[in-house]
Design a protein around this ligand. Sequence first.
Ligand code: SF4
Ligand code: SF4
Ligand code: SF4
Length: 346
Amino acid sequence: MTEEINLTIDGIPITTRAGTSVLDAALENAIYIPHLCHHPDLKPVGACRLCGVEIDGGRMTMSCLEPARAGIEVVTESPEIALVRRTAVELLIANHDMDCLACAAATDCELLRLSAHVSVQSERLERLKGLTELKPVDNSNPFFSFDPNKCVLCTICVRTCEEIQGVRALALINRGYETVIGTFGNKPFIESVCESCGECVVRCPVGALAPKRFQKPAREVQTTCTYCGVGCGLYLGVIGDRIVSARGDRERPSNHGQLCVKGRYGFKFINHPGRLTTPLIKRNGEFEEATWEEALDLVAEKFSQHKGDSFAALASAKCTNEENYLIQKLTRAAMGTNTVDHCARL
Ligand code: SF4
Ligand code: SF4
Ligand code: SF4
């Protein structure tokens, strides 16, 4: 069992597990310490310099990298800490395209939250602004865009792609003021090894990586992705009878919230006007709508005309294990052949 330890943060006694960082211990106990590069799914890097705290009266240290220890006294706000945070946030905003009304992250932007918390001073911002030119937006990916002018270089996307997805499509490229997030060779996303899973997009704390189509759903429905046998858990966002969004279910052991490109973005076909919603039977060379009873009777009749090796079955990764078991049972026991295969094996 993990050892529990006691410490104080801003004079408030808290209990946490040994090994937890000071930042996580604070956040778990509803004590906000500003942060930008921290994400609970990723290893800490202490890059944004915003989560500084003072421990036992010592010098400022990054709370995301500092393990909580028994008996320590943590202070999250002081004049020195406030100055460091405000300067860091002002420099970020000075190089940021604050086009908030047109930004996909406008209602959930970590930079806006931070600027309100550290009381950014507009007259200082004016002096800092105007040093950089707008860089081109990468719209090459069909599902999301990358706007380097909104990027705060937190590297969450880079670490997500490496630590979670294992693709390593992204990196920090160039140096100093020229530093940007880019793909290998700074090619457009679509020409890189990016798999379009969108894991980086859902973790980007600002509007730099943003889905191209997003509508806030009226409600969400918990379900299972049917594209393949992994069976990832997801929540489909719905407006009326239209699906407008998908997000991974973090509680599902098969995917822990992750989705691939199909599960995250491949839901438009559901409401496509060309989608078949009733069985069709070909009569006199033309397809006609039929009931399920008519269709299944026809299939059974056709099956009865075959036995042994004139019959073959191809099962689908979209089916459950139980359904695939039944397909092979039907093929072997009822149709009398072992000619059964599965698309996941091909
Ligand atoms: S979409 Fe997926 S593969 Fe592409 S950069 Fe983002 S995390 Fe990496
Ligand atoms: S694109 Fe988003 S996640 Fe990546 S470094 Fe920029 S702000 Fe951070
Ligand atoms: S999200 Fe991708 S990996 Fe998960 S079940 Fe769907 S298709 Fe399979």
